[in-house]
Every structure is written in C-alpha cells, then in structure tokens.
Design a protein around this ligand. Structure first.
Ligand SMILES: [Zn+2]
Length: 73
C-alpha cells in the first residue's frame, strides 16, 4: 500500500538564473522534463542555476546541460 506517501506535494516555483543571458525567472521545483522546465522566457536556454538552493558544483550543472542538449537532438 502506498497510502502513506500518496503524492509528493507540489512545492512553489523556484527562482533560477539563466546561464545564457542571466535573466531570473521562475520554474516549477519538481520540473525535470522539458514540459515542466521550458527554459528561459527571454532566450529559451534551458541551462540555469537555482537561486534559492545551495549552489551546485559547476561540473554537475555542465553535465546536466550536456545531457539536455543531447536529448534535444
Ligand atoms: Zn536566458
């Protein structure tokens, strides 16, 4: 039975900073897909760094970005 943990409650939007143009915009915290994470509203770039979370090691961000780019093609 999974009644105890029926669903992870949706958290609010988190503020992220576009790695391309530096624009700050909001995206769903639970976002992981292109649909939930449409990218920067200004330039459309999907690379970003979270403003509300502890900074990630740049290596991880770069690796994730590479994976996203590979998936798009
Ligand atoms: Zn941008």
């Amino acid at each position: 039975m999974e009644a105890a943990h029926a669903r992870t409650p949706l958290r609010a939007l988190e503020s992220v900073c576009c790695l391309e143009c530096g624009d700050i915009y909001s995206k769903p915290v639970a976002g992981g897909t292109v649909q939930k994470n449409p990218g920067c509203p200004e330039c459309g770039y999907v690379g970003w760094i979270p403003l509300s979370l502890p900074a990630e090691p740049p290596v991880l961000v770069a690796a994730r970005r590479r994976r996203r780019l590979a998936r798009e093609r």
